[in-house]
Design a protein around this ligand. Structure first.
Ligand code: FES
Ligand code: FE2
Length: 387
């Protein structure tokens, strides 16, 4: 495994060599782990506070809040949140709660507005979080409005994504968190120019780490996805780069097989691979030949046995694609449906069964193999954050 980034075709060549040899990049050790990591409420509290409350994680693509006043709401592990585009183009995040008596301020999952208006006694806030109106204020009494605006959370837009630290007392610096070379890698992908074709969330009775692990796993494809993904993607082959905090790996698609015996001789093999990026703490960004997919995983605010996965399909805008509206919609609808079918029919049932199994009182010790390299990086780095 190399530490510095080699040219892409060189890394693809390394994956092809692994395919020829029946080998893969490997972690240095087999790692034992315990079921309690997926069930312990005290560990879950540490993860909420020391992971999601400290480091940036992706909550949306910028195109989901394209214009001033566009917002999305979400449940972070520590806070209910509103993410909203400001008049000056910056994206801000606020705790989704009215400062009068705590009612949920915005109930819609997404929308566009000029003020947030509370359903309980109709106090109103600007999209910049300022407290604009107290109803019947002559009788309510004197209030220092500057102190009762919405509580702001650290939020930054970078590489096309909206990132958030889920703790109002912290700061955010996405470039520093990504570090080199991941910040440069993401910077080279043109992600701000893509559009989020579709985003959907799935609440599952599964610990978030089991969910995250399944989407860094090239080992299960042939067994869990025999008649779907395994027809197009090779199993247990990766050419990986471990950057210490984040990692990425190239996995060959089966269309690469014609080059097993034939010298590519300068022909790019990029159309024949998927490149997976693990962004600590909770995202898988898949670079496909013609688009990206972003998968994020967030713990439930209370229950270690529950989480929410969000899936986003990021594609070139119709104007940039040279396609008709109908062809463009048809293409990405089909892509979306394939992803959805595999998730619901194949991944989720297995992951629910993992969680159910891990809740056995005498589960016994378990193992992460050397071939499960990205999972090993995830576990190692998460351990650093919570220790
Ligand atoms: S709780 Fe929002 S106005 Fe009273
Ligand atoms: Fe899977």
């Amino acid at each position: 495994m190399t530490q510095l980034t080699a040219p892409r075709e060189t890394r693809i060549g390394r994956a092809l060599e692994h395919l020829r040899n029946g080998s893969t990049d490997e972690f240095d050790v087999v790692t034992p782990f315990d079921a309690v990591e997926y069930t312990d409420p005290r560990l879950a509290a540490r993860e909420r506070n020391l992971v999601f409350g400290r480091v940036p994680s992706i909550v949306a693509h910028g195109s989901e809040v394209a214009r001033a006043g566009d917002f999305v709401t979400l449940q972070m592990p520590r806070n209910k949140v509103i993410v909203v585009r400001q008049a000056d183009g910056v994206v801000k995040a606020f705790v989704n709660l009215c400062r009068h008596r705590g009612a949920l301020l915005e109930e819609q999952e997404k929308g566009s507005c000029r003020v947030f208006s509370c359903g309980y006694h109709r106090w109103a806030y600007g999209t910049d979080g300022s407290l604009r109106a107290i109803t019947r204020d002559a009788t309510f009494g004197k209030v220092d409005r500057a102190r009762y605006g919405l509580v702001e959370l650290p939020c930054e837009e970078r590489h096309g994504f909206v990132w958030l630290v889920d703790d109002a007392t912290q700061q955010i610096d996405v470039a520093a968190w990504l570090g080199s070379p991941m910040d440069e890698i993401l910077g080279g992908y043109g992600l701000p120019d893509l559009v989020c074709y579709r985003a959907e969330g799935f609440d599952e009775p599964v610990n978030w780490k089991i969910m995250q692990d399944a989407f860094l796993d090239g080992y299960h494809i042939q067994y869990a996805h025999a008649n779907t993904a395994a027809r197009h993607i090779h199993t247990n082959v990766m050419a990986a780069e471990d950057f210490g905090r984040h990692c990425r790996f190239i996995a060959p698609r089966k269309s690469i097989d014609r080059w097993l015996d034939e010298d590519p001789n300068g022909t790019s093999l990029a159309p024949h691979v998927t490149e997976t990026h693990f962004l600590l703490p909770n995202s898988t960004l898949l670079r496909q030949p013609d688009h990206f997919e972003l998968l994020t995983f967030r713990p439930h605010p209370k229950d270690p046995g529950r989480s929410r996965m969000e899936m986003r399909l990021l594609v070139p805008a119709v104007e940039a694609s040279g396609m008709s509206d109908a062809a463009w919609t048809n293409l990405w609808d089909k892509n979306w449906q394939i992803l959805l079918d595999v998730l619901h029919a194949e991944d989720f049932p297995l992951l629910r069964s993992s969680q159910a199994g891990l809740e056995s009182a005498d589960a016994g010790g378990m193992l992460l193999g050397r071939n499960e390299l990205a999972n090993q990086v995830f576990r190692r780095e998460l351990g650093r954050l919570v220790s």
